[in-house]
Design a protein around this ligand. Structure first.
Ligand SMILES: Cc1cc2nc3c(=O)[nH]c(=O)nc-3n(C[C@H](O)[C@H](O)[C@H](O)COP(=O)(O)OP(=O)(O)OC[C@H]3O[C@@H](n4cnc5c(N)ncnc54)[C@H](O)[C@@H]3O)c2cc1C
Ligand code: FES
Ligand code: FES
Length: 1285
């Protein structure tokens, strides 16, 4: 059992969250403290509770978020500051981030910014964009920290708001940190720790865990149980048992054995016990590097560089050196360094010790070593280096922070004394073969030589030696081979530079290639308009008030669906899903599953009392697959058991046999070949295309593929269904954006009227569209199970299941033909979109329509035609995702803009500017652009970003690092394009004590909707926000609600709340008139409940006639981004972003800026990082944070400026505001096109010019492959391991 399960299920301490169960998100972070009797010291570490075995915590103190403070008692400053700095939106990541910060402060009460950045490497947040978290916590930092409002007369240094004279938060309000007030380490654990170690045995249902007290006992045990695993950090074994379905019946835990944890100096270096953690290793090596001359510590420095990018802090705190070596992973970050350095390993068994050199014979096969079964690794000696010896290590990964390596290597060269003649050289690579390898043939050819010629020779030799099979797991074959060569080139330049006293130094414009990847600490500016002077202090509209749940989120008191206490007779559900993409189900065998202890039943299509047909818009799918599966991950059935572990074990034991069906259609290209499309094919056309092309000076054609995206809400889908015992009534607690849709579809499946089902939503840990329709399937499955067993049933999907079954953003493929004048003015555009819809329609038609409505982005094209095909494939159904097709539609337009600019030789910003719409012009769907603000946004953005000076600087280029700059506008239509959804309701209860309970149709997923609605109600009623409460969203208070989506929820629900409050005020008028001096409490006695609804007027669009209004209004924005790419590795840094966003008259600038930054960072993920990878058979490889990389703290732009456009009231929405949830996402395309700009410069060095295709996301692989040069030419292309869907 893991610590996390114990905390949540046994102790009901639900503040610690489950986000991934694989150590990749940090939501489960707690602080573990232990007493080290050998150093007489208490050690505090942030640890991932999801991987920490409970048995490993003997004599440890565990501090959870509940232990450091609460709203009910007293907050801890760490909790207060993240909340008040607006660093908590949905709040699901917040307790983990709080605990990472808390553990850091326990070790270092005044940390540096670098300490902080390291502490957060293992924490992810999907909502905030990280900036506000860092801003809040900067106030603890010693340097670069905050003035705490002590700056002379200018407010706080962190929040610049020159227009407003106000701040987003006020650090002077913060409680000071007083380290003397922290909870102490329990003294009894110190006494226990001083006692001689005892051996311990824990006997579980499937595993025997033994903690031996001495090395001898360990060796005896290993002789008795040679197959036993030694577990220290459990960061490998834990993953194997959870995700690879491996079972190790005996586990030996050697963490407390002195010999395995010791660090000793030897003649040649330092010997580290195998159980020394990576944090300890790093600490020791740092000390040595600071103490010894540089030439002695070349290997140490290289290890420190690898550790900088090795997992997150929580993993490094527990993971051991021995675990890394013995796992023998081909992408281990340390093994190539150890191998190239020739480290000495000491092995031991009952028979005695032996020493081995870490060379290419040590790893005997994939995850195999030269150790005998009864042997263990005792220690590793890491050598000092000598004069004339140079060592480097490199790790390249998709995301710099906390990511597994694509290629990782250690490189060691020794020169003959006083010369530049190579005496010995070792190049060791991970990521090229099933084991860590030495490039022996290349090394042999290099002995006795050095210089430019050697480098060229080495590169050709590496190209021959470092080959990979076409189907090599991990894919990226061309890239990996190019990297092997490029990294050697970096090493060559680095050594050349170090040798420069004796030989020629590297050319100045090559120097950047030897710099280590480093990102400066971020800085930021937020600009917004203050409320007008004289606005009543009770009127909270327009003020940056904190998300009203933020404090509870920071203390772990906020309740999410899976935090609801377990019912005494409650059961757990685990899904059984298809492993085939397209097949008939021949049989389902459940005997083995039913034999697992605690299993109650198997649920399948046979158990539905109502209809198995379901679907949010079209009923074209089933709750459970019925005789046929149409994707991997199709839900076939579910197991219900007494615990989640039993349910999951049993679900894995269900055997399904299939008969495969052809064709299996996975990619858009497959669908085009097979003409597999859903109907209708939509078209929007305006003008005369033939005329437009005829009037053009140039015509070009191009293509772009835009990859899909997983929602990666930190809280996965979750439902608790509670049968009420009479009339088929059922109460559902769900993490969903669509309470009413859930109610309707569950009622349909159960065969009862909707009135018998209540769906309740307290809050979600993020939604982003992923819980708009797909969540209904899980809820229906759970409800059917609860109905069958007549007991409460719950299911919170594991991250890998969630990613597998729930679909994501649609991948798009755009093909275009564009006609333009010599100056870049576009005359005609014919564009075709293909979206990868998956195995059911879901919301795909509306998504394709929105893509078409955004095919023009902000550009006036006189003659235009857009056509949209929805590809029917054997993938899980794709669905809504922030932007809803709009970003894909606009991304294609920016692709042809970029091509036109490259073709005309005109700067892209100039082409964008001359094509921009003007006020009063009409879109391709004939909607007039009134209140058009893009020109104002553009000018302000150029101004605040110093665009022109930046441009001049960008043009000063190095050979191997290139900078790129881009400015991108966006226009986003606001309204549901399904017209009937543009309505909302609200219900206001008044209680006789004057308190107000507000309910509306929207759900809270972190966007601050409830906070804004309380602001609206407070202003309308003229009472303080403290009198108004929102408890939840439920179908029995406000019925028939629309999903909380399309960015329209503040507009729609805000108007409904406003109308309800107005009606209430009218009813109160006579009582006020009768008692004008009375208080609110006096008046409300006469009135109790008011409900109201609202419908957006004048909406409706007809595709046949291209007439009517699909949108109520548009939101506008512009962004400028600057990046730097490393042409040799494909890595990039986000150096600067300025955003100007028109949000009308902001209801709450803090929440709106939070939405802008959060959406922008999600867009950065979409366009530069996040890549869903499928096998050609439709199997999703990327099923967790280990393989699927969303942006982390280190990805935010070093400089980020966000400005809300001033004086831009919007007469079409509540209190002149505008929708903000989705529109800013597309602005991240500015980063993509800045990268493309930088690649253009790199290609120019190789004599390449003109348009080139760059697909999204611009991952390091794509960037490197696009920067064609002499190294890429040495490598040829293979058929890939994965396919682009
Ligand atoms: C989120 C996450 C991120 C990660 N990031 C990285 C990364 O960036 N780079 C990287 O290289 N790895 C990474 N890893 C892998 C892993 O953390 C490391 O391999 C780690 O060093 C394993 O140490 P451990 O103590 O946790 O191993 P455990 O899981 O405890 O053990 C691993 C294996 O080593 C064996 N073993 C341990 N000690 C001995 C011994 N003394 N003698 C014989 N066998 C022994 C065990 O039997 C077991 O087979 C990551 C893992 C996770 C979960
Ligand atoms: S839940 Fe533990 S790291 Fe994600
Ligand atoms: S606030 Fe961080 S994940 Fe939602």
């Amino acid at each position: 059992m893991t610590l996390l399960i114990f905390l949540r299920r046994k102790l009901s301490l639900t503040g610690t969250k489950l986000g991934c169960a694989e150590g990749g998100c940090g939501a489960c972070t707690v602080m573990v403290s232990r007493f080290n009797p050998h150093h007489n010291q208490i050690i505090h570490h942030a640890v991932n509770a999801c991987l920490a075995p409970l048995c490993s915590l003997h004599h440890c103190a565990v501090t959870t978020v509940e232990g450091i403070g609460s709203v009910a008692s007293k907050l801890h400053p760490v909790q207060e500051r993240i909340a008040k700095a607006h660093g908590s939106q949905c709040g699901f990541c917040t307790p983990g981030i709080v605990m990472s910060m808390y553990a850091l402060l326990r070790n270092s009460p005044q940390p540096s910014m670098q300490d902080m950045e390291e502490a957060f490497q293992g924490n992810l947040c999907r909502c905030t964009g990280y900036r506000p978290i860092l801003e809040g916590y900067k106030t603890f930092a010693k340097e670069g920290g905050c003035c705490r409002s002590r700056r002379k007369g200018n407010g706080c240094c962190l929040t610049t708001s020159t227009h407003s004279g106000q701040q987003l938060f006020d650090p002077s309000e913060f409680m000071p940190l007083d380290p003397t007030q922290e909870i102490i380490f329990p003294p009894e654990l110190i006494s226990l720790g001083k006692q001689p170690p005892r051996s311990l045995r824990f006997i579980g249902e499937r595993v025997l865990w033994i903690q031996p007290s001495s090395l001898n006992e360990l060796l005896e045990l290993k002789a008795v149980y040679p197959a036993a695993k030694l577990v220290v950090g459990n960061t490998e074994v834990g993953i194997e048992m959870k995700f690879k379905n491996l079972l190790y019946p005996v586990i030996l835990a050697p963490a407390y054995i002195q010999e395995l944890s010791s660090i000793q100096y030897t003649e040649n270096g330092i010997e580290f016990g195998a159980s020394v953690t990576l944090t300890m290793l790093g600490k020791k090596l740092h000390e040595e590097v600071n103490k010894l001359p540089n030439y002695r510590t070349e290997v140490f420095q290289a290890i420190l560089e690898q550790l900088r990018w090795f997992a997150g802090q929580q993993i490094r705190n527990v993971a051991a050196i021995g675990g890394n070596i013995m796992t023998a992973s081909p992408i281990s970050d340390l093994n190539p360094v150890f191998m190239a350095a020739g480290c000495k390993l000491t092995l031991t068994s009952k028979e005695g010790k032996r020493a081995l050199q870490m060379d290419d014979k040590f790893f005997s096969g994939y995850r195999k070593t030269a150790l005998k079964p009864e042997e263990i690794l005792l220690s590793i000696e890491i050598p000092y280096t000598k004069k004339g010896q140079y060592f480097s290590a490199f790790k390249q990964s998709t995301r710099k922070e906390d990511d597994i390596a694509t290629i990782t290597c250690g490189m060691n060269v020794v020169f003959q004394q006083g010369s530049n003649i190579v005496k010995d050289i070792k190049l060791s690579y991970g990521g090229i073969a099933p084991t860590t390898v030495l490039a022996t043939a290349t090394c042999n050819r290099l002995i006795g030589r050095w210089g430019e010629e050697l480098m060229e020779d080495a590169c050709s030799s590496l190209a021959e030696e470092m080959t990979l099979s076409p189907s090599a797991p991990g894919g990226m074959v061309t890239y990996r081979r190019t990297l092997a060569i490029s990294l050697f080139f970096k090493f060559y330049l680095t050594v050349q530079h170090k040798l420069h006293l004796s030989v020629e130094d590297v050319k100045p414009n090559y120097a950047s290639a030897i710099e280590l990847f480093h990102v400066d600490s971020p800085t930021s500016v937020q600009l917004y308009q203050a409320v007008p002077p004289g606005q009543s202090t009770d009127d909270m509209v327009g003020r940056p008030i904190m998300h009203l749940s933020a404090l509870k989120q920071a203390t772990g008191e906020a309740v999410y669906c899976d935090d609801i206490p377990q019912y005494e007779n409650g059961l757990y559900l685990a899904l059984v899903t298809s492993t085939k993409a397209h097949a008939y189900i021949k049989s389902i065998e459940t005997d083995d599953a039913m034999a697992v202890p605690g299993v109650v039943t198997f649920v399948s299509a046979k158990d539905l009392p109502g209809s198995n047909k379901t679907g949010p818009a079209v009923c074209d799918e089933t709750v459970f697959a019925d005789n046929k599966v149409t994707c991997v991950g199709h839900i076939v059935g579910a197991i219900v058991a007494d615990t989640q572990a039993h349910a999951q074990t049993a679900a894995k034991a269900v055997k399904i046999s299939y008969e495969e069906i052809q064709p299996v259609i996975i990619t858009i290209q497959d669908a085009i070949t097979n003409q597999s499309f859903y109907q209708p094919v939509r078209t929007i056309e305006k003008g005369d295309l033939a005329k437009g092309f005829h009037e053009s000076d140039n015509i070009l054609e191009g293509e772009i593929h835009i990859g899909g995206q997983d929602h990666f809400y930190l809280e996965t889908n979750c439902t608790l269904a509670v049968p009420q015992g009479e009339d088929g009534e059922m109460e559902l607690f769900v993490s969903t954006q669509s309470a009413s849709k859930t109610q309707a579809l569950v009622a349909k499946a159960l065969g009862v009227p909707a009135s018998h089902i209540v769906c309740r939503v307290k809050r979600m840990g993020g939604g982003f569209g992923g819980k708009e329709s797909r969540s209904t399937i899980l809820s229906t499955v759970v409800a059917v199970a609860a109905h069958k067993v007549k007991r409460p049933v719950r299911c919170m999907l594991d991250r890998d299941e969630d990613m597998l079954v729930s679909g994501g953003r649609h991948p798009f493929f755009g093909r275009y033909k564009v006609g333009f004048k010599k100056n870049g003015k576009v005359m005609a555009l014919d564009v075709t979109y293909y979206s990868n819809v998956g195995n059911s329609m879901d919301l795909s038609l509306s998504i394709m329509e929105r893509a078409l409505f955004h095919m023009d982005n902000c550009y006036n094209i006189p003659h235009i035609r857009g056509t949209g095909y929805m590809c029917k494939t054997n993938l899980p159904s794709n669905t809504a995702f922030r932007g809803f097709g709009g970003p894909q539609g606009m991304m294609v337009s920016e692709s042809w803009i970029s091509d036109v600019a490259l073709c005309c030789g005109v700067p892209a910003e100039q082409v964008r500017e001359i094509n921009l719409y003007k006020q009063g012009e009409y879109t391709p769907f004939n909607q007039c652009l009134d209140q058009f603000t893009i020109d104002r946004c553009w000018k302000e953005c150029v101004n605040i970003s110093d665009f022109h000076q930046r441009k001049a600087r960008v043009e000063l280029q190095h050979r191997w690092t290139k900078r790129g700059l881009s400015i991108v506008p966006t226009k986003f239509g606001i309204s549901f394009t399904a017209i009937f959804l543009n309505q909302a309701g609200a219900l206001v209860h008044l209680y006789t004590d004057g308190s107000v309970l507000l309910t509306h149709g929207g759900t809270e997923m972190g966007q601050g909707l409830h906070t804004k609605m309380i602001q609206v109600a407070s202003k309308t009623l003229g009472i303080p926000t403290s009198k108004i409460h929102i408890s939840e969203t439920s179908t029995n208070t406000v019925p028939n609600t629309s999903p909380t989506a399309a960015s329209a929820s503040s507009d729609l629900n805000g108007m409904a709340v406003y109308n309800a409050c107005q009606t209430l005020l009218q009813r109160l008028d006579p009582y006020k008139a009768r008692n004008p001096k009375g208080s609110w409490e006096d008046w409300v006695i006469h009135c109790s409940s008011i409900d109201s609804d609202f419908r957006t007027p004048d909406l409706g669009y007809d595709f046949e006639t291209n007439s009517g209004h699909p949108f109520n209004y548009f939101s506008y924005g512009v962004a400028v981004s600057e990046v730097e790419i490393d042409c040799l590795t494909g890595s990039h840094k986000n150096l600067h972003t300025s955003i100007v966003m028109d949000v009308g008259k902001s209801l709450n600038p803090a929440l709106d800026i939070g939405q802008v930054e959060g959406a922008f960072m999600q867009g950065v993920g979409l366009f530069t990082l996040e890549e869903l990878r499928y096998s050609p058979q439709g199997y999703l490889y990327t099923r967790g944070p280990g393989m699927y990389k969303i942006p982390a703290f280190g990805d935010i732009p070093t400089e980020l400026k966000v400005s809300l456009l001033r004086d831009a009231p919007n007469e079409k929405a509540i209190f002149s505001s505008k929708a903000v949830g989705e529109p800013p996402l597309f602005l991240a395309a500015s980063v993509f096109y800045a990268i493309k700009d930088a690649i253009t410069a790199a290609r120019a060095e190789s004599g390449l010019s003109g348009p080139f295709r760059l697909d999204s996301p611009a991952t390091p692989e794509r960037i490197r492959n696009a920067c064609e040069d002499k190294f890429t030419k040495l490598v040829w292309t293979y058929t890939p391991w994965d396919v682009r869907v």
